[in-house]
Design a protein. Structure first.
Length: 211
């Protein structure tokens, strides 16, 4: 049991790095270079990886997912509203950190070349699914079984993995993901944090539409 928990933690911790290395060795390009030169291959690769990982999570009974109940949908809705309000506060309080964050740079990239289905599919759907598989599936549930310390550790690692350079930038990633983590703890339905994260990553699109 302890060995399995350690294994799940390590999978969650280094999973993204392994996938990046696999992508580079397979296509001789970084994920960013691959996305720019061969978007369809990048998307297909991510779909295959996500499918395989979801199969493992289900097969080994690490997570459960089912059709969300009305209560779970209510938790999801309240969480998304709270996170969106928090985002507006972050923009007001930390405009510099927001402007230089990874998400903002992605926004500027989208704005510079217009909306593309490939980019939106990757940034809004596939990336959140992969992150939830590693941080919520393997780490929060598989390794820590929704414990408070596990939620804090997995959420903190998630925030640091985005290359934050200041405490305020850390909070930009930590606070929303903390909401996602607790929505998963409350529901124990893996569809909830994945849907939550996808809706969270849709926030930049709202900013673009308001420009």
């Amino acid at each position: 049991m302890i060995f399995e928990k350690i294994m799940y933690f390590l999978i969650g911790l280094i999973g993204n790095l392994v996938i990046m290395a696999f992508t580079y060795s397979l296509f001789f390009a970084s994920p960013e270079q691959l996305f720019r030169t061969n978007q369809e291959a990048f998307i297909l690769l991510n779909i295959m990886i996500i499918t395989a990982l979801l199969y493992c999570l289900k097969k080994y009974k690490i997570v459960r997912w089912q059709k969300p109940s009305w209560k779970e949908l209510g938790i999801l809705l309240l969480g998304v509203v709270a996170v969106y309000l928090t985002k507006w506060v972050e923009i007001f309080l930390f405009p510099v950190d927001i402007a230089t964050s990874e998400s903002a740079q992605n926004i500027m990239e989208i704005a510079s070349r217009g909306f593309t289905v490939s980019f939106l599919t990757t940034a809004v759907i596939l990336a959140p699914m992969l992150e939830e598989i590693f941080y919520r599936g393997f780490m929060q549930k598989g390794s820590f079984n929704h414990s408070r310390i596990g939620i804090l550790i997995s959420t903190g690692i998630f925030a640091f993995s985005h290359g934050v350079s200041s405490f305020s930038a850390f909070l930009v990633y930590f606070i929303p993901e903390l909401g996602i983590a607790y929505s998963y703890k409350l529901t124990d339905n893996f569809w909830v944090p994945m849907a939550f994260h996808i809706l969270h990553n849709s926030f930049p699109l709202i900013l673009l539409l308001m420009r």
